[in-house]
Design a binder for this molecule. Structure first.
Ligand code: SAH
Length: 345
């Protein structure tokens, strides 16, 4: 079977064997065909709709020490900040005005954000904006904690698996972090009833093609409602400072294959993709992505939430970001909608 036939089969069956995926990854002569197929599958379910999520980066304090991440515990080069509840609500006010109907509360694993503190924030947002979805992305927590946040009104949770190989996971994380716990958290989140997001970095240090294949098969098995896929980008104050960044092509191929395997998934065209290429986010949308997550964090804190170097949109006020994105999304042939943008069965 040639690569085009393999792509056709994955696009119809939404299923693939290891060898199929490897063949598509290794043959770059049919990339355009792959992207067009992913776009067709996406349009069948979501049309040209692009959902926007207002990202609020609430803290860059983190107790973890992930080797790739710029806000890791051992990075003494950044000043640390956290937003207060009123700060966060102000970000939501701005976002709501601009048409955002999902707010994503993201941060490092900052113990200040206890269940009580987070639950209060979630409740306040939901009280003020009952027509909005709240997504939490605050890392690994206990089952009890995930339940409390869910009861407080959180609708979705983003927790990338980062890599589906235990061996690879252990090369990206310090010994005190556990692959098993990350996996357990993802299963718990699904069980509780969150729309759950998994995902991984493309081109992270030590990653093999086989790792990428297994990342896709893992997504297929877990069936998350959301899948975040972006290139690894080195950060100068981490042990991976000299490592090569993930490539545009490989990231787009992963996005497209994810769309073929999970036709209903909500897939962001990530800021990291826009960072490695000026047209990265547009290309991501054309390769099957249907979500963008612009930043609603106060501009004065933006540069402190640097997970990787050269992150884009550091200086733009939310309103500028929104306009810029609107143009970009339309230039790619899609339309931003004012909608919670829930997963569609
Ligand atoms: N603390 C939360 C949020 C993490 S930041 C959590 O653990 O889920 C969100 C994502 O940024 C991470 O899941 C990771 O995949 C990505 N990220 C971190 N460092 C990165 C880097 N150097 N390059 C690209 N993506 C990175």
């Amino acid at each position: 079977m040639n690569t085009k036939e393999i792509i056709d089969r994955i696009a119809t069956d939404h299923f693939a064997e290891k060898e199929d995926i490897l063949a598509v990854i290794q043959d770059n002569s049919n990339d355009e065909y792959l992207f067009e197929s992913a776009d067709r599958v996406r349009r069948e379910i979501y049309g040209t709709d692009v959902f926007i999520r207002g990202l609020i980066e609430i803290s860059n304090y983190c107790k973890n020490n992930c080797l790739y991440c710029g806000i890791r515990r051992d990075n003494r080069e950044i000043s640390r900040y956290r937003l207060t509840e009123p700060d966060i609500l102000l970000c939501c006010d701005t976002g709501y005005e601009l048409g955002f109907r999902t707010f994503v509360i993201q941060g490092g694993e900052d113990i200040y954000f206890s269940d009580d503190v987070l639950c209060s924030i979630i409740k306040k947002i939901k009280e003020k904006y009952p027509d909005c979805a709240v997504t939490i992305s605050m890392g690994e927590r206990s089952e009890e904690s995930y339940k409390k946040l869910f009861s407080a009104g959180a609708d979705r949770y983003l927790l990338r698996h980062e890599t589906s190989s235990k061996e690879h996971y252990e090369k990206l994380h310090p010994e005190e972090m556990s692959f098993e716990n990350r996996m357990k958290c993802l299963k718990t989140l699904k069980q509780i009833g969150y729309q759950t997001g998994a995902g991984f970095m493309v081109g992270s240090p030590y990653q093999t093609k086989e790792n990428l294949v297994s990342d896709l098969l893992f997504l297929k098995e877990l069936e998350p409602e959301m899948a975040g896929i972006g290139p690894f980008i080195a950060h100068k104050d981490t042990p991976f400072r000299d490592c090569k960044n993930g490539s545009l092509r490989d990231t787009l191929v992963m996005v497209a294959l994810t769309r073929l395997l999970l036709p209903h998934a909500l897939i962001p065209s990530t800021t990291a993709l826009g960072t490695i290429d000026p047209k990265g986010r547009e290309l991501g949308l054309k390769a099957g992505a249907n979500v963008v997550m612009p930043n609603l964090s106060p501009v004065k804190f933006r540069k402190l939430y640097a997970l990787y170097d050269n992150k884009i949109c550091m200086g733009d006020e939310a309103a500028e970001c929104r306009k810029c994105l609107e143009r970009r999304v339309e230039s790619a042939g899609y339309k931003i909608v004012t909608d919670r943008g829930d997963w569609r069965a």
